[in-house]
Design a protein. Sequence first.
Length: 330
Amino acid sequence: MRVANTVTDLIGNTPLVRLNRVTEGIAATVLAKVEYFNPGGSAKDRIAERIIDAAERDGLLGPGGTIVEPTSGNTGVGLALVAQQRGYRCVFVLPDKVGEDKRSVLTAYGAEIIVTPTSVAPEDPDSYYSVSDRLAAEIPGAFKPNQYANPNGPRSHYETTGPEIWRDTDGTVTHFVAGVGTGGTITGTGRYLKEVSNGGVTVIGADPVGSVYSGGSGRPYLVEGVGEDMWPPAYDPSIPDQIIAVSDRESFEMTRRLAREEGLLVGGSSGMAVVAALKAAASLSADDTVVVLLPDGGRGYLGKIFNDAWLRSYGFSEPPTEQTVRDLIA
Ligand code: PMP
C-alpha cells in the first residue's frame, strides 16, 4: 500500500516543473520548485517540522506544551499542522491588519489566535511582539520558535530542499534563485548546493525594491513574505552571490502570468522570484539549469494580486487579462 502514516510525512519532496512560456527567448532551462505541494501549502511546513523536532530533542517542548509565535502567515499554518499531529497547543499572536481569511485558516487547524492592535509601537505592552513575549513567559510549557533567529529554519532547507534539488536535477543545477524573507530558504538551500557542487552553483536572492537585502531602507512594498527592514539572524549574507531587486509591479505581473500561462496559481513572492530568475537566465546558455523556488500557492491572494480593482487601487497598469481581451477585439 502507498499510504502516508500522518499528513506530516507528506512534507517536502515537492516537484520541479519546467517553465515553458514565460521563458520565451531564454536558452537556459528554468525549473520551478513548487512548494505549495506541501500539506500546509507552503515551504514553511519544512521549518515548522524541523523546529519542533529540535525543540523536543532539546527539551524545550514536551507533552502538554504550547507553541507561541507572532505569525499570521505560512509559518503559522506549518506550526499548527505539526503541533496538532503531536498534541501541542498553538497560540498565535497577530496584528489586527491581518484579514479574516488568514485568521480563519489558523483557527481551522485548531490554533488559538490573539489579535493585537497594529497602530502601537513595538515596545507598547499591547504590541504583537510584547504580547507574544509575555504569553511565552507566562504559559507553562510554552515554546517560542522565533523563525527569524532559529537556526533550525535554515537547517531544514539544508537537510531537505537543497538535497531534493540536487537529486531531482541529477546534479545539473547551475543556479538557484529564491526570495529572501527570514533568509532561511536561501541560506540553507544555497549553502547545501554550494557545498555539494564545490561552488558550482550560483545562488541568487530576489528582494522587493526598498528592502534592506538589496540596499533599501525597509520602505514599504506590497509583495508579502519577503524583504525586511532589519537583518535577521536566520540569514547568512555570505551565501547569495547576487541579490536582484524586483518591483511590486514586475512581481504581480509575473504572478498573474504564471497562473495564466504556466498553470501555476502561486503567491506574489513566487512571481518576484521568477522575475529574478528570468533576469539571471537571460545571459545564460542552454547548458545552464536554473532552479527557482515558489514558496506558496495563490489562493490566499485572490482578493489582492488576482483582483483587478485591488491592483488598480495601487496604481498598477491595466491587468494583462483585460489588455489581452481588448487586443483581441481590436
Ligand atoms: N514567500 C512567502 C510567501 C513567505 O511566507 C516567505 C517566508 N517569510 C518567503 C517567501 C521567504 O522565505 P524565507 O523566510 O525562508 O526567506
